[in-house]
Write a protein that binds this ligand. Structure first.
Ligand SMILES: NC(=O)c1ccc[n+]([C@@H]2O[C@H](COP(=O)([O-])OP(=O)(O)OC[C@H]3O[C@@H](n4cnc5c(N)ncnc54)[C@H](O)[C@@H]3O)[C@@H](O)[C@H]2O)c1
Ligand SMILES: [Zn+2]
Length: 365
């Protein structure tokens, strides 16, 4: 088991990464001196595989558990589901000393974390992430949210968990498309901070896709360490450092919007977004073309798309989505661009004329 420490203004917390950790939950809770009962927020598909391991672990140290099931998919991050979490907490007399735990991917984590942060002005929150995305990204950094009919993640808080437990064994049952999409975020960490991680991805792509546990653990440890380090220095996204985590996302978000969220998984959009960012960097002469090629090759080897397909992506619609995003983010369109593997820079005021050829090359019309 590897332990990573994260700093937050509220408290420090640990991320525990390894195999067979769900059954050790009671031991971890005891070490944190938790005294109350636990509400586990999860989904049926996740619970059927892992819930008993978690509840057995908690029972070993005498923690009583309640379980709340929310629907599968993004629709679980709704105000309706949130109300159901509050209902259950009230019905079962949850108090300040009790704990809310999420067992599942980013959807369940964001929802349960938001509920924990607001009920009685904050209960302890523990995140048992069971998707690669949760383990390398969403469970770290304290962002919680639900969606509103006017937009994704519109209502949320910054609320650090008390503990993150990433049991690598759970990744064995992830659908292949989910696994590949999340690997785009791992390539992102390599490109922004970790040359060694990037090389591991290049050399071991086949074994990674076969879900070699030792390798997956290495990817999660390295990725989580980078995210932990970045958010520890810029918890509330004020200093700008947290911005580098958005490498590939300025383009990626616009592709997701233009596609309608269902067609393109987030990680797939980020993959094509990173290809675009690298091409833009080459056209601005801050990146060697050979590096752009290496990035494209590693993305392909990991089963990720590197081009928009279907011809339905229109350049004006993508540019418009970027401009709307820019308004929301304080009026500046920023691009995180690679200079070499493991190192990125932030550029603003890039003329639209420089973006058009990049989008065209990515398959937009
Ligand atoms: N808080 C943050 O900082 C942050 C960062 C990135 C993304 N997010 C959010 O995360 C969400 C996406 O998370 P996700 O990609 O984990 O999706 P998800 O939570 O929807 O999980 C994907 C699917 O896999 C199933 N599943 C989960 N674990 C499984 C396992 N081990 N085996 C088999 N099936 C399993 C789930 O039931 C679900 O159907 C989005 O809502 C996004 O906004 C949050
Ligand atoms: Zn992302």
């Amino acid at each position: 088991m590897t332990t990573i420490r994260v700093k937050s203004l509220k408290h420090r917390y640990e991320i525990k990464i390894g195999s067979g950790l769900l059954e050790r939950s009671g031991e971890f809770f005891k070490a944190l001196d938790f005294k109350g009962k636990v509400l586990i927020v999860t989904q049926r598909a996740v619970a059927s595989r892992f819930l008993s391991r978690l509840t057995d672990g908690l029972a070993q140290e005498g923690y009583p558990c309640e379980v709340l099931y929310v629907p599968d998919g993004e629709k679980a991050k709704s105000l309706e589901s949130l109300a159901k979490v509050y209902d259950q907490l009230i019905r079962r007399d949850f108090e300040r000393r009790d704990v809310v735990a999420a067992l599942g991917g980013g959807v369940v984590g964001d929802l349960a974390g938001f509920a924990a942060s607001t009920y009685l002005r904050g209960l302890a929150f523990v995140n048992f992430g069971t998707t690669l995305l949760a383990q390398v990204d969403s469970s770290i950094g304290g962002k919680t949210a639900v969606n509103h009919r006017h937009g994704k993640n519109l209502v949320g808080t910054f609320y650090p968990p008390r503990l993150v437990v990433s049991d690598i064994g759970t990744l064995a049952t992830l659908p292949k498309r989910e696994l590949c999409a999340s690997l785009a975020e791992v390539v992102k960490y390599g490109m922004i901070r970790d040359r060694q991680l990037f090389k591991t991805l290049e050399r071991q792509s086949a074994k990674i896709l076969q879900r070699d546990e030792e390798l997956l653990q290495e990817l999660v440890v390295r990725s989580a360490s980078i995210k932990a380090e970045v958010v520890s220095r810029d918890e509330f996204e004020i200093k700008g450092e947290r911005m580098i985590l958005n490498y590939g996302h300025t383009f990626g978000h616009a592709f997701e919007k233009a596609a309608g969220y269902e067609k393109l998984a987030h990680g797939e959009a980020v993959s094509i977004g990173m290809v675009c960012a690298a091409r833009l960097a080459v056209s601005l002469k801050i990146l060697e073309p050979s590096v752009e090629k290496r990035q494209t090759q590693v993305l392909q080897a990991l089963g990720l798309p590197v081009k928009l397909s279907g011809g339905a992506y229109r350049i004006p619609a993508i540019l418009e989505a970027m401009m709307r995003d820019k308004k929301k983010r304080g009026g500046k369109l920023r691009f995180i661009l690679p200079e070499k593997i493991g190192c990125v820079t932030v550029l603003e005021n890039i003329p639209v004329q420089a973006l058009k050829p990049v989008l065209k090359e990515a398959g937009a019309v």
